[in-house]
Write a protein that binds this ligand. Structure first.
Ligand SMILES: Nc1ncnc2c1ncn2[C@@H]1O[C@H](COP(=O)(O)OP(=O)(O)O)[C@@H](O)[C@H]1O
Ligand SMILES: [Mg+2]
Length: 230
């Protein structure tokens, strides 16, 4: 379980300080599919970065079971990220001079998982192994980044607007691959979006506004990537 308690974070200097996270607390169970919903600028990315250990909060705690990652040294925090969490961002951040296979293998090697070819197959890219990112469409590049993130078998997959740069058809396809892999495996999903419709795919919907949680709700029935509105 991830347990977040009273997280605060500000940016800027003393005279020009902006409090972006104003005391956020929540729990996410193992295997849960949580969506964080909120308008642009509401603090979603900052929150995700703090919960995943990419950034440090000013105060508050973030516990993965009994490990409080806010107390870890920089080296230990890096090791934690390597072993425990995977990331997918709106921009794909693939290495341009490496093939699909090598990009995914790099993710797998982080956790010495040798089944990376299987995961490339699972996202429907086994015929693109030797292609470079520039030879792929946006949707295909995002599927490579899905494969790379999951190749190391993270316990928690963090996604920050994963379909933000994709058109509807491609966006649905990428979400469908993520949902399929989620069903087959046992990782936890924390996905940021500003698209209300995408929240219909989640177990739990956490609404953020101006650095605070304003609502948490559960979906009785989850929709598929092809059933949601867009
Ligand atoms: N590294 C940073 N330095 C200064 N301000 C930042 C930084 N990151 C985010 N902010 C500010 O924090 C606020 C929340 O940003 P963000 O967490 O990216 O929101 P969201 O992801 O919901 O759009 C914004 O006003 C943004 O300008
Ligand atoms: Mg953001």
């Amino acid at each position: 379980m991830i347990e977040v308690k009273d997280i605060t974070k500000s940016y800027g200097t003393k005279e020009n300080k902006q409090q972006v996270l104003k005391g956020i607390s929540l729990k996410i169970e193992d295997g849960e599919f949580a969506v964080i919903l909120g308008a642009s600028g509401s603090g979603k990315s900052t929150f995700l970065n703090v919960v995943s250990g990419l950034e440090r909060a000013d105060s508050g705690t973030v516990c993965y079971d009994d490990v409080d990652i806010t107390k870890l040294s920089d080296n230990k925090l890096t090791a934690f990220r390597k072993e425990t969490v995977g990331f997918i961002f709106q921009q794909y951040y693939l290495l341009p001079n490496m093939t699909v296979e090598k990009n995914v293998r790099m993710g797998a090697e982080l956790a010495s998982n040798k089944e990376y070819k299987e995961i490339i197959n699972e996202v429907g890219l086994s015929d693109k192994l030797k292609k470079y990112p520039s030879e792929l469409s946006g949707g295909e590049q995002q599927r490579v980044s899905v494969a790379r993130a999951l190749a190391k078998k993270p316990k928690v997959l963090f996604l920050d607007e994963p379909t933000g740069a994709l058109d509807e058809d491609t966006g649905r396809q990428v979400l469908d691959y993520i949902a399929k892999l989620y069903k087959e495996s046992d990782f936890t999903v924390v996905m940021i979006t500003h698209n209300q419709n995408i929240a219909d795919m989640a177990d739990t919907v956490i609404r953020i506004n101006s650095g605070r949680i304003v609502d948490i709700s559960k979906n009785e029935v989850k929709k598929t990537a092809y059933e949601i509105g867009w």
